[in-house]
Write a protein that binds this ligand. Structure first.
Ligand SMILES: Cc1cc2nc3c(=O)[nH]c(=O)nc-3n(C[C@H](O)[C@H](O)[C@H](O)COP(=O)(O)OP(=O)(O)OC[C@H]3O[C@@H](n4cnc5c(N)ncnc54)[C@H](O)[C@@H]3O)c2cc1C
Length: 285
């Protein structure tokens, strides 16, 4: 039998975590797949399970001074319906899983699962999101690129949980998100790409590019983004230089969903398409 805890509030949850080595269970959509056994047998959990989806403190979205704080146990559907959440989030979340899964899958679960195919991650890397970690005695904020250490690996310590994600509420004039998968719905991505750009009357100001499922963690390079901004501002766009830069960063593997060659070629095509069809237009806006 699986021992389970269902704390009433965050304080109780953190106290329970301080004295019990638990598996944190949010929506369970990753956990139930990972722990499944032969048909007829209940999924196997070696440690006690602590449910967190009932914790109100983890289900709130607030905005303060241009900073959005998103509770870790907010479901993807709740975020799609929330008016504080910007459109570029919703574009990504609407393409994740299926309506039934989105109704229970949480943003915190997607981050903590740290799968290279986790589709909220390229967006959160591109936005320089911070992950809020809390235990009974401390609260810290870490950049997402530091929190996620590799495939299924994070800096989450025993006694801690992710309580929120903080993201600056930036606005973008170009938003492109492409999920390349076998089907439109209920398929994990072969790769994903997000391209964001912001321009004003003085021209292009910001570019953010991130790729998912083509390396152990999300591929994003601030240096390469700044080179692209400089090239576009100076009118000296060198596509082959950009392709070379990203070709060294994108290191996909072949697996049951796709081949390394296909993944790399598709990423480069999406990158070039974004630069030519979205960024070039931002420059002449
Ligand atoms: C049919 C199906 C389709 C799917 N499609 C997609 C898809 O298109 N794109 C995609 O990215 N994913 C997809 N997924 C994967 C999954 O739904 C997502 O990763 C989801 O966001 C996980 O959230 P959860 O709340 O269910 O996590 P859970 O399964 O509850 O937890 C996942 C991991 O995170 C830990 N955890 C959860 N919350 C916290 C917290 N607050 N603090 C610390 N640790 C925590 C858990 O201990 C566990 O290790 C799919 C899954 C299924 C079953």
């Amino acid at each position: 039998m699986v021992e389970a805890y269902k704390p009433n509030d965050l304080k109780e949850a953190l106290e329970l975590l301080a004295f019990n080595d638990c598996t944190i269970f949010a929506g369970g959509t990753d956990l139930m797949v990972k722990r499944k056994r032969w048909s007829g047998l209940v999924p196997s959990f070696e440690k006690p399970v602590m449910f967190i989806s009932q914790l109100q403190e983890l289900r709130e979205v607030t905005e303060d001074n241009g900073m959005l704080t998103i509770g870790a146990a907010c479901t993807l559907s709740e975020l799609i319906d929330n008016e504080l959440i910007p459109e570029h989030f919703k574009t990504v979340f609407r393409q994740m899983a299926s309506p039934g899964i989105r109704n229970i899958a949480t943003i915190g679960g997607n981050i903590c699962n740290a799968s290279p195919a986790g589709e909220s991650l390229p967006l959160l890397y591109a936005l320089d999101a911070e992950v809020v970690l809390q235990s009974s005695c401390r609260k810290v904020e870490l950049p997402i690129a530091e929190f996620v250490q590799g495939v299924g690996k994070t800096l989450l310590k025993s006694g801690e949980m992710v309580t929120a994600i903080k993201v600056p509420k930036s606005s973008f004039t170009s938003i492109t998100y492409r999920k390349v998968g076998t089907r439109k719905s209920t398929a994990l991505s072969k790769l994903s790409f997000i391209g964001l750009a912001a321009s004003d009357e003085e021209g292009l100001q910001d570019v953010r590019l991130a790729f998912g499922a083509v390396a152990p963690t999300v591929v994003r390079s601030r240096d390469a983004e700044e080179d692209i901004i400089d090239m576009l501002k100076l009118g000296s766009l060198d596509i082959s230089q950009i392709i070379d830069d990203y070709s060294t960063l994108i290191k996909p593997i072949s697996d049951q969903r796709s081949t390394a060659l296909y993944r790399k070629k598709a990423c480069i095509r999406l990158l070039v398409d974004f630069i030519i069809n979205s960024l070039a237009r931002e420059v002449v806006r």
